[in-house]
Design a protein around this ligand. Structure first.
Ligand code: B12
Length: 489
């Protein structure tokens, strides 16, 4: 049984940060299935951050897989469709998974005859069951019927899952087997880009805003969707899981020590949305740095001390500040903190030698020239702090499943335009969003503002390794901004 798992190359939202992240979702699926099927299953993961679309086409052709699984984002969906068509024409079973597919599953099955099934939410158990049935010789819709999380097509209809299953306790999942990735090539890239031997890992899923409910293993599908839609999350977030689950502290520690001792990893990106603030047990790796996500409001002296005790002295906080205007932050679903608060926090971090990677979004609901100017001023000032080492600004991506996407679709004309699209042009949908919800702004104005902030900062910090990064733009737009990405060589 030959399985090929593909993270397609990004097309429409340039983010070269891809070089530090492995497709962990595919790693998780491959690990889980491999554990069940052992050598009966041959599996290969193609990482579009390290190989271009054309190379993926070539491998797909040569490898001749029986089953191909795709994990696209909004920004790589077009490439995913074209590879999926190729795979189907070569006779493979084609399944999609991941957040974007979970949000668009119905349209995808309606519009793309070359997709056999979409696996919603967590894919481990569903994928194992599909492989089991394939191996047993099932065919047609029998491969997919009545499996939790699986949506598929019959001759007559599109069938959604009746049940959703997730791992309430993440400790039941095996550690991702990193040897399934092309690690030599990956480390070559992280080293060439100045990160050293760095690795991404997850220590949890969900975020604190999703933690309103206790996660259980099984839900009726309608109940799960209703609960997801009832959560008050950040307005721009396209994620869709319930709850905030963390690995146990000991599991995280063991994973990190193994990566450190066996793979020589000295830099860790914890991609969990909000770092676990409830654990202080030292991990005991003092020669490595850790980058963690933390909400601006959680940057307090006790939390700093707690995280230093756990992760050591070389900490980097990645914080989505998004806007300096409390009104816009509130609209985005963030806590209402203002400019002065943010600077107090940056100074707190400076005292503890903690670096800040700060990100911002321009063009959220209610954004005006004035609010964007307030944020621009703050960003320019932040660049004066030596411990601020990364500034990322993006025009908002209107992600399927996000509260802002729903809001746009409430407009009748927008429902007609976007309601049936399973391939989204990120610039066009952003322009439509601005017309309705931030009418003082245009995308061009936003890009000009980002360009001028970067030009000013570049002029005043010619010798500093301060990264000026942008995402949510297409390549032609990116050229007009000229980001400064030391990590890209
Ligand atoms: C790390 C990360 C990145 C990294 C690297 C990604 C990589 N190489 O995998 C970087 C920084 C490069 C990145 C870039 C982007 N990202 Co990103 N990223 C994430 C993040 C924080 C974690 C993903 C992760 O690894 N999770 C851990 C794994 C174990 O979980 P998982 O991926 O969800 O996988 C599980 C299921 O989804 C499912 N599954 C996933 N794939 C598949 C495939 C099959 C076949 C099956 C059966 C199941 C399955 O099973 C898995 C195991 O349970 C998520 C947010 C989040 N926490 O999910 C956003 C997220 C995935 N990113 C998102 C976006 C929008 C982007 C960008 C477009 C943004 C930008 N910067 O311009 C780019 C696009 C990059 C691209 N090439 O397409 C969105 C996607 C939404 C959407 N509708 O597309 C997310 C959900 C964040 C959000 N706020 O909404 N990202």
């Amino acid at each position: 049984m030959k399985v090929l798992l593909i993270y397609p190359e990004v097309q429409s939202s340039v983010t070269n940060t891809a070089t530090y992240s492995l497709p962990l979702g595919l790693g998780a699926i491959a690990t889980y299935c491999h554990q069940i099927f052992g050598n009966e299953m041959e599996v290969k993961i193609l990482d579009g951050s390290m190989m271009v679309h054309h190379e993926q086409e070539m491998v797909l052709k040569e490898y001749q897989p029986d089953i191909v699984g795709f994990s696209p984002t909004i920004a790589s969906m077009g490439n995913a469709y074209s590879l999926a068509k190729q795979a189907k024409e070569a006779g493979a079973l084609v399944v999609f998974g991941g957040v974007n597919a979970t949000n668009l599953w119905h349209l995808m099955l309606a519009n793309r005859p070359f997709i056999d099934a979409v696996i919603l939410f967590e894919g481990e158990e569903a994928m194992v069951e599909i492989l089991r049935r394939w191996r047993a010789g099932f065919n047609g819709e029998k491969i997919f019927s009545n499996i939790a999380n699986v949506a598929y097509r019959t001759h007559e209809a599109i069938v959604g899952p009746s049940k959703i299953r997730v791992f309430a306790n993440l400790d039941e999942l095996p550690d991702i087997d990193y040897s399934l990735f092309d690690l030599p090539h990956y480390f070559e890239q992280t080293e060439a880009r100045g990160f050293g031997r760095a690795m991404s890992y997850y220590a949890g899923k969900g975020c604190t805003k999703r933690s309103c409910c206790r996660v259980v293993n099984e839900y009726a599908a309608a109940d799960y969707s209703q609960q997801v839609q009832a959560m008050k999350t950040c307005s721009f977030c396209g994620r869709n899981e319930l709850g905030f689950r963390t690995l146990s502290a000991d599991r995280e520690t063991a994973l990190l020590r193994r990566l450190h001792d066996e793979q020589g990893v000295h830099g860790f990106f914890n991609i969990q949305d909000t770092v676990n603030l409830n654990c202080e047990d030292p991990i005991g790796i003092e020669d490595s740095w850790f980058r963690v996500f933390i909400g601006a409001e959680s940057i307090t002296p006790p939390n700093i001390q707690r995280l230093k005790r756990r992760y050591g002295q070389h900490l980097i906080f990645q914080t989505g500040i998004e806007s300096a205007d409390p009104r816009i932050r509130r609209m985005m679903g963030k806590k209402e903190i203002d400019e002065a608060d943010i600077f107090t926090k940056v100074e707190l971090l400076a005292r503890d030698n903690i670096q800040l990677h700060a990100s911002f979004i321009f063009g959220g609901c209610g954004e005006t020239i004035t609010s964007m100017t307030t944020t621009s001023r703050m960003i320019r000032r932040l660049a004066d702090y030596p411990n601020v080492t990364w500034i990322l600004i993006s025009p908002q991506i209107i992600l399927p499943g996000s509260p802002d996407h729903y809001k746009l679709l409430e407009k009748e004309a927008m429902q007609d335009k976007w309601g049936n699209k399973d391939l989204i042009d990120i610039t066009e949908i952003n322009q439509d969003f601005l017309r309705f919800f931030a009418p003082e702004l245009t995308r061009r104005k936003i890009l000009e503002t980002i360009g001028s902030i970067f030009a000013d900062i570049r002029a005043k910090t010619p010798d500093r390794r301060l990264v000026l990064d942008i995402k949510g733009v297409v390549p032609e737009e990116e050229k007009t901004i000229a980001p400064r990405r030391y990590y890209c060589g």
